[in-house]
Write a protein that binds this ligand. Structure first.
Ligand code: ADP
Length: 308
């Protein structure tokens, strides 16, 4: 069983010929509402990968709140831990031009009001009582208040659940928090933000991973887009797992799909090697499709895809 404590957003995506200049109005070509948010995306990815998943988060009392919870439910995520808060839901206003270049305004809404107390109540519920037994992993990102995330790291630890941290959008993470993380998943930007090192190649990523292990992280995964991932554990395991070759259409939620799929695979007892391969496959499929949650494949799809 996996719990996700994190963001739930409605992505409002507008396609335009070109981005407007300040003060200018341009006509949109098409508008789509796509459920997203890193927390919700990772929850959906883990559920589609076959894990039992509980979402702990918040939506607003606006027209998006209901559909966002519904989308999670449809993907098989238990939404008992999703609160409804006064005000707006989290929203990402995304504008994509003809070159595929995007502009994003992220409005935290209810995500910004998810408190440590909300998180505690949700995790206690998710864990099926105050003891917290039976919770295999807790997945955390950086789209809710950091104090709530840091408190969730500590709480998950007391439950004996594996702590997965994906500090995205990038931020510096306190040493005291890093020391409590079992699995840190970062892309190159996030690895650089935490370590202060330059991370622009596989060699750099390997060096950053060593730096992070030195801070007490159990396992580090640096995702490198089309170059796959670098894995390093404090037990001394070092793995380089290549990405699958696909025609990328939209890389939104690639990282989220990877993390959800990896955590689900580990939760069902897969080895690190198997889980990395499986997660790379799930993420590769996701980049061949548009949107966030809409692009995340099911376990059946991943298995069929790997057979071909
Ligand atoms: P983020 O989206 O968080 O920046 P990455 O770009 O590193 O993360 O992508 C995460 C994972 O998604 C990669 O490790 C890989 O498995 C997969 N992926 C991303 N882009 C591609 C691509 N062009 N081709 C194949 N797989 C990809």
């Amino acid at each position: 069983k996996i719990a996700v404590v994190g963001s739930i957003n409605m992505d409002v995506v507008n396609r335009v010929e070109r981005h407007p200049l300040p003060g200018e109005t341009v006509s949109g070509l098409e508008t789509a509402y796509i459920p997203g948010g890193k927390g919700a995306n990772q929850a959906v990815a883990a559920a589609r990968a076959g894990a039992q998943v509980l979402m702990i988060g918040a939506v607003g009392q606006d027209p998006f709140g209901g559909p966002l919870v519904e989308a999670l439910g449809k993907a098989g995520v238990n939404t008992a831990g999703v609160l409804e808060k006064e005000g707006t839901s989290g929203m990402a206003f995304i504008t994509v031009d003809a070159h595929g270049e995007n502009n994003i305004i992220l409005s935290p809404g209810a995500n910004g009001r998810l408190s440590a107390e909300d998180m505690e109540a949700g995790l206690i519920g998710a864990a099926g009582g105050s003891g917290g037994a039976g919770l295999g992993g807790v997945l955390l990102q950086n789209e809710i208040p950091w104090e709530t995330t840091a408190a969730a790291v500590r709480r998950a630890r007391t439950y004996g659940a594996a702590v997965y941290l994906n500090p995205a959008p990038a931020r510096k993470v306190e040493d005291e928090v890093l020391a409590l993380v079992d699995v840190l998943v970062v892309n190159e930007t996030e690895a650089a933000a935490i370590s202060g090192l330059e991370v622009a190649s596989r060699e750099h990523a390997e060096a950053a991973a060593e730096w992070l292990l030195g801070r007490g992280v159990g396992e580090v995964i640096v995702t490198l887009g089309a170059a796959g991932v670098v894995y390093a554990s404090k037990e001394g395991e070092r793995i380089s797992a290549p990405a699958f070759r696909v025609e990328a259409v939209d890389t939104t939620a690639a990282g989220d799909t990877f993390i959800g799929a990896y955590a689900a695979a580990r939760d069902r007892g897969a080895s690190v090697q198997e889980a990395l391969r499986w997660a790379n496959a799930a993420a590769a499929i996701a980049v061949t499709r548009p949107g966030a949650q809409s692009s995340i494949p099911s376990a059946d799809e991943v298995n069929r895809w790997l057979e071909n």
